[in-house]
Design a protein around this ligand. Structure first.
Ligand code: NAI
Ligand code: 15L
Length: 266
């Protein structure tokens, strides 16, 4: 790839994966609404941009052959904030992509599209959505928007329902939901390289013994996650008391998010 755009590059995932992104293209255009920390590598540039600003997003997308879309509100929040970043922002991104040669998009969707499934249920990509809050609903909107641009215009997107993409699991739920940074990078590479991508839902989860999600509908991409959260179980058991069996963290795939309130506007 010649030029890769990464939105939300100043966030947790953007920071942790920057080195990996930098190897995916000759040039990487990093973007965020806030300044990025640290110096830029030789093949990186930074563009400050609010996803809610349509004109700025059009300029941002120009000349890019691929987009990793991480930008937006990443937890439960006031609807006005989610509306701007995750709904309007996504619409702006897809309109900009449509006007600029339809580069493939990796959309950072979330397990919170289905958070109300219980942890004793195993689901695949055909399971109906069960969002656990307004944040989850915004990711459902994002998936529907991407699907519409695929059906109408042929815009390809990988809808990656990320579980918990952090350095290592920090609670028992993450023994099921964890995805390593290396596995996410290999998934992105598979999605960009696939001869035909389409618009699949892909569970962003490592090869964890206790995972809940079945990726067989996306097998054609050839993604084979290699890491397994199980190697962290003993360490967790030594340091962390188990949550009660009736607590959301033990019961629901979305964990604590199912209990988040609806945040009211000021
Ligand atoms: P984060 O909150 O650390 O990073 C998101 C970035 O988006 C921030 O740097 C923020 O400044 C930027 N942003 C927010 N509003 C914006 C706007 N209006 N315009 C431009 N940029 C804006 O989140 P994190 O953990 O890095 O996640 C990245 C993406 O992956 C998010 O979309 C999140 O919903 C999704 N995701 C992450 C998971 C994880 O385990 N880290 C799990 C599931 C989904
Ligand atoms: C998400 O969607 C969030 O962006 C992230 O901060 C984590 O909380 C993750 O899901 C999770 O469910 O662990």
């Amino acid at each position: 790839m010649k030029r890769l755009l990464v939105t939300g590059a100043a966030g947790g995932l953007g920071r942790a994966m920057r080195d990996r992104f930098s190897k995916m293209a000759d040039e990487v255009r990093l973007s965020d609404i806030v300044e990025i920390q640290g110096s830029l590598a030789a093949n990186e540039t930074f563009v400050r941009c609010d996803l809610a600003d349509a004109a700025a997003v059009h300029t941002l997308v120009q000349g890019c052959d691929g987009i990793i879309h991480l930008g937006g509100i990443s937890v439960e929040d006031k609807f006005s904030k989610i509306l701007n970043a995750n709904l309007l922002g996504l619409y702006n991104l897809y309109e900009a992509a449509r006007a600029n040669g339809q580069p493939r998009i990796i959309f950072a969707s979330s397990n919170h599209t289905i958070g109300f499934y219980r942890q004793d249920q195993h689901i695949d990509a055909s399971a109906p959505m069960r969002p656990d809050g307004l944040y989850g609903v915004s990711k459902c909107f994002g998936e529907a928007l991407a699907r519409m641009y695929f059906e109408k215009f042929g815009q390809e997107t990988a809808l990656v329902r990320i579980g918990s993409c952090v350095e290592k699991p920090v609670n028992y739920r993450m023994l099921s939901s964890w995805m390593s940074y290396d596995d996410f990078a290999s998934l992105i590479n598979c999605a960009f390289r696939a001869p035909l991508l389409g618009c699949p839902i892909i569970w962003g989860v490592s090869n964890n013994d206790s995972r809940w999600w079945d990726n067989s509908q996306a097998e054609y991409l050839g993604w084979r996650p290699k890491d397994n959260a199980e190697i962290y179980r003993a360490e967790l058991e030594k340091t962390l008391p188990r949550p009660g069996t009736d607590e959301p963290l033990s019961l629901y795939q979305g964990g604590q998010f199912v209990k988040d309130p609806i945040f009211t506007e000021d």
